[in-house]
Design a binder for this molecule. Structure first.
Ligand SMILES: [Zn+2]
Ligand SMILES: [Zn+2]
Length: 209
């Protein structure tokens, strides 16, 4: 299994992250996860970013599915650190920004390279409806395995595209201050408090009263 090339050092990412590590984090190994793994590895290589866990990268993801777990794990960009931003256009594309120079690359997936073959889709529907025969189940798993093997081993250029970022690097924004909702009294970020009947309240209370 190929590994991500990352430098080691104090508080830095492990020397290598394999697909097994990503699968352990995600809970299973699926083609979408493998895709995210390949995308993130390619991005790190192209950006020559050997130490992703030192917050050198910001990722803007254009969809949310299994692939995004691999991207978070490999690139070290997470929602909590606000180095992962989701703009859910339902598209398989991810822009990786290098915070050292603000430059970014957008990696996408070709439609022809990864679209399910009609047969695979047909078999999956049979499987999900519980009407697949034993032979059809076997065929489905063989095809799905072939898809996984392809994603994990094919040259990136065969199924991925890369271009410059289409938007400037998003700024993480100032850290918010804590306020308090007048009704429920729960701590609430000031930017999320809203004015209702002359009171500063949280969105939940604003909807309820
Ligand atoms: Zn998955
Ligand atoms: Zn409230």
């Amino acid at each position: 299994m190929q590994n991500v090339d990352t430098a080691t050092g104090p508080g830095i990412a492990p020397a290598s992250i394999g697909i097994e590590d990503v699968a352990a984090f995600h809970g299973h190994l699926c083609p979408s996860l493998a895709l995210g793994f390949r995308i993130a590895r390619w991005a790190l290589r192209m950006l020559q970013c050997p130490r992703p866990h030192t917050d050198e990268l910001v990722v803007v993801a254009e969809s949310v599915d299994s692939a995004l777990d691999a991207i978070q794990y490999v690139a070290g960009c997470t929602l909590g650190k606000r180095t992962l931003i989701v703009r859910d256009y339902g598209k398989r594309a991810y822009t990786f920004y290098d915070r050292r120079d603000g430059k970014g690359i957008r990696i996408g997936v070709t439609y022809t390279g990864l679209a399910d073959t009609p047969r695979l889709t047909e078999l999956r529907e049979l499987l999900e409806s519980g009407t697949a025969s034993f032979a059809q189940r076997q065929e489905y798993f063989a095809r799905a395995q072939a898809r996984l093997d392809f994603i994990l081993s094919a040259p990136e250029e065969d199924f991925l595209t890369v271009g410059p970022a289409r938007h400037p690097m998003p700024s993480p924004g100032a850290r918010d201050r804590w306020g308090q909702c007048t009704i429920c009294r729960e701590p609430t970020m000031e930017s999320k408090l809203t004015l209702k009947k002359g009171m500063l309240v949280c969105h939940e209370c604003a909807d309820r009263y």
